[in-house]
Design a protein around this ligand. Structure first.
Ligand SMILES: Nc1nc(=O)c2c([nH]1)NC[C@@H]1CN(c3ccc(C(=O)N[C@@H](CCC(=O)O)C(=O)O)cc3)C=[N+]21
Ligand SMILES: [Mg+2]
Length: 290
């Protein structure tokens, strides 16, 4: 048996195209483009690469992208002051402060300073709360991108057994909330889980977000399972996910590759969230499905 390879890169390109269509209509009605501010502190090369690709995608979608670079030793107060200024700027619809931040800066303090209605990352506790209770808000880009791929692959998810490996605020917890809302039976596994192989064995859906290269073994999977690999691990052998991809191809029903799976979805959903923020802020009803 050979699993289907879920083409996240192609799905993301389609989503970006649909976003760009709606951006055109937004700009006609609002007299301006949606604006996304990306803040990068320090000069970590991997972060700089992500920020650059976000900037390119933003412009390709017809949006305004404003990049703010601050030195690695910037005082926390200066970063908070910048966030305050972006919160108050009517041309800015979305604010993203690239994580991780240097050790002297309290990430929670920064994330919580962003206006929840410009928080296109969905990291603010108000947005986490909105997701938990089913109110409209911003959903973190990576788990929302995973959900889009799952629904595209499987249709209705109701009643399926889903296992999320990882309990981060950025991926694991919001992923679990989204799957609960789709009426899956959800298990969240983590580093203290006893007998992870047997937990994964019952899953129709596996979302792996642990950050450990090829940690999820093919032998753990239920035959036909749909496997979403959120891991992006840089190894001497190149970029690899959290799942043994080659092995999974023989057992799974469908699996996302790394690269070309979840990663491109993260950026496409960021553009979607920024467009939705702009439409809400200008009271414009978007037309055309996303
Ligand atoms: N506030 C904040 N929001 C984020 O969304 C955020 C962040 N901080 N910090 C860093 C992580 C990482 N991240 C990725 C985005 C795109 C790819 C992506 O496009 N990956 C491609 C290419 C990978 C490559 O070649 O490096 C792929 O998987 O195919 C990956 C990772 C967003 N992040
Ligand atoms: Mg940190």
């Amino acid at each position: 048996m050979t699993a289907a390879i879920i083409d996240g890169k192609a799905f993301a390109a389609g989503l970006r195209e649909r976003v760009a269509q709606r951006v055109t209509r937004f700009a006609e009605q609002a007299g301006r483009a949606p604006g996304l501010a990306v803040v990068l502190v320090g000069d970590d090369p991997a972060s700089a690469v992500y920020v650059r690709s976000k900037g390119k995608a933003t412009k390709a979608a017809g949006m305004g992208g404003i990049e703010h670079r601050l030195p690695a030793d910037v005082p926390q107060q200066a970063l908070l002051d910048l966030v305050d200024a972006l919160n108050a700027d009517p041309a800015i619809d979305g604010i993203l402060v690239q994580l991780p931040l240097p050790g002297h800066i309290d990430e929670q303090a920064v994330t919580t300073r962003i206006d929840p209605d410009k928080d296109v990352d969905g990291f603010h506790p108000v947005n986490a709360g909105r997701l938990a209770v089913g109110l409209p808000g911003f959903v973190p880009c990576t788990p929302l991108g995973c959900l889009m791929l799952l629904k595209d692959q499987l249709g209705d998810l109701s009643g399926l057994e889903a296992v999320v490996i990882g309990r981060s605020n950025i991926v694991g917890k919001p992923m679990a909330q989204l799957l609960i809302a789709e009426s899956c039976t959800v298990t969240v596994a983590h580093s203290r889980t006893r007998d992870l192989p047997s937990v994964v064995q019952r899953a129709d859906i596996v979302v792996a977000a642990v950050g450990r290269p090829q940690m999820v073994k093919a032998a753990w999977l239920k035959p036909g399972a749909t496997v979403i690999d959120v891991g992006i691990n840089r190894t001497p052998e190149g970029l690899v996910g959290d799942v043994d991809f080659a092995g999974a191809l023989d057992v799974a029903g469908a699996v996302t590759p790394v690269p070309g799976g979840v990663g491109p979805m993260t950026i496409a959903v960021l553009l979607r969230n920024t467009l939705i923020s702009a439409e809400r802020r200008e009271n414009i009803v978007g037309e055309g499905a996303l």
